[in-house]
Design a protein around this ligand. Structure first.
Ligand code: ATP
Length: 136
């Protein structure tokens, strides 16, 4: 059984959407393995987003992720890595398909970062790396 890391980003927690996002994950049939509310150190966020270091949105992204509490989820199920990314929808919430978390609950709020409510690991390698960072 596969596992993946999901983060409800600070915009999702601040807008009280954690329950709605958990509801969608559970309704899809995935199970919760571990859950915690965290205010991560900058060093964790820099490691988490290491692949984006040097991009113009990197610094605003780290600042946004430091701006409030994050709900970290370890979830499990067959093909959950791809399955959660399908539930989340594409990166830009303005054009993410209706029916997805980002498409139904997100929009553009201005600013330098796409505030898109959730993160999900994008491969088995990322999931292993990110679960170790956030949960071990
Ligand atoms: P996806 O892989 O579906 O795009 P993701 O969350 O993994 O989702 P990444 O490309 O890894 O997206 O980017 C990480 C985060 O950085 C995004 O979720 C978004 O918050 C922000 N981001 C990405 N690209 C941009 C951009 N061009 N402008 C502003 N913010 C961005």
């Amino acid at each position: 059984i596969e596992e993946t890391l999901v983060l409800v980003k600070p915009d999702g927690v601040a807008r009280n959407l954690s329950g709605e996002i958990l509801r969608r994950i559970e309704a899809k049939g995935y199970s919760l393995v571990d859950v915690k509310l965290v205010e991560p150190d900058r060093s964790l966020l820099v490691e988490h987003y290491a692949e984006h270091e040097g991009k113009p949105f990197f610094e605003p992204l780290v600042e946004f992720m430091e701006s409030g509490a994050i709900l970290a989820l370890r979830i499990a199920g067959e093909r959950v890595i791809d399955g959660f990314r399908a539930l989340a929808g594409t990166t830009d919430p303005t054009t993410a398909a209706p029916g997805t978390i980002r498409g139904d609950l997100g929009r553009d709020w201005g600013g330098k970062v796409q505030q898109n409510l959730v993160h999900g690991s994008d491969s088995a390698e990322s999931a292993a790396r990110e679960l170790a960072l956030w949960f071990d």
